[in-house]
Design a protein around this ligand. Sequence first.
Ligand SMILES: C[S@@+](CC[C@H](N)C(=O)[O-])C[C@H]1O[C@@H](n2cnc3c(N)ncnc32)[C@H](O)[C@@H]1O
Length: 331
Amino acid sequence: MRTFRDFMESALYDPKRGFYPARTKTADFYTAPELHPAFGAVLADRLASLLERVRADRPGEGLTLVEAGGGDGTLAAQVVRRLRETGNSDGLRLILIERSRRDLTAAARTLTAFGVPVEALTSVERLPRVTGVIYSNELFDAMPAHLLRRRGERVLEAFVNGDGREVLGEPSSPQLAAAAAAVAPALADGQAHAVCLEAPRWLTLAAERLSAGFVLTADYGKRFGGRTPNPPRAYRRHRLEEDLLSDPGEKDLTVPADFETLMAAGARAGLETQSYQSLSRFLVEGGVESWLAAAAGDNAASFKERAQIKTLLHPEGMGEAFKVLIQRKLP
Ligand SMILES: C[S@@+](CC[C@H](N)C(=O)[O-])C[C@H]1O[C@@H](n2cnc3c(N)ncnc32)[C@H](O)[C@@H]1O
């Protein structure tokens, strides 16, 4: 019997049977950069202004841009292209952290073809001390999480037995027992709640390696704070599925990011929250309208582009469900 977390880890990342090693881009879900390059361009402009602030605080120091969980480099390519076009890439060191070697190799190859030297790392533990900005899009919602479920009066942990069925038992660690107590008042009988211990741990490690600068996190989620139930989701071919345990590796399993936990872990590691806003607001403040205006043509291609940008912005698309958190490492 294993924890749901270990089941999720292997369903997502097992090299032979996992979802990510075999993922076909956009087949089961779209990420923002896969939808439209406006996301990467607006993000790049924001990264450039954050880097400028670091440069002002640390004159003469070499700056590094780190992308984490970037998959095959789609977003990194959009970001680097925009930084170049706007004259913001000179002297910048670029590091990619991606746990999938297949994707990391593809991303490094794409960026090298751009003429950009890249350092490719498979985990945050390998990140050297850097000054600059660490950013990610949909990193935390792709991390395996433990699962709690209410049964009657009690909140128990979900385990997966040899037949692939859920079995409830005592929480496997004091941290999960505390998480069960915190969510209990809000959890209805039978309801599930995911607890991702890896997300705050990852952020803490990243913060420890950042001498000065910012961490920018874009992700699906909200401020659950461990008190609001946060059930995991399964997606196959753009449809939400009820059953988390069937056909492991053939569907995406994901847990919305808990931004409150990220803010709290960041604060403990010296990261001060600078801003927390919806993706829609982040894009509007970053000038996404110019992309809509550029796609104003009266033809099928322009119509499709406008629809894609509107999906990024719309409350029923990604606009409200996704958030952008910016944290600053205090000197
Ligand atoms: C949902 S995909 C997002 C890909 C890309 N950022 C985008 O926006 O298209 C999540 C990615 O995070 C990677 N990932 C998950 N956990 C990771 C970790 N601890 N360190 C580095 N990469 C990780 C996965 O391998 C996967 O490529």
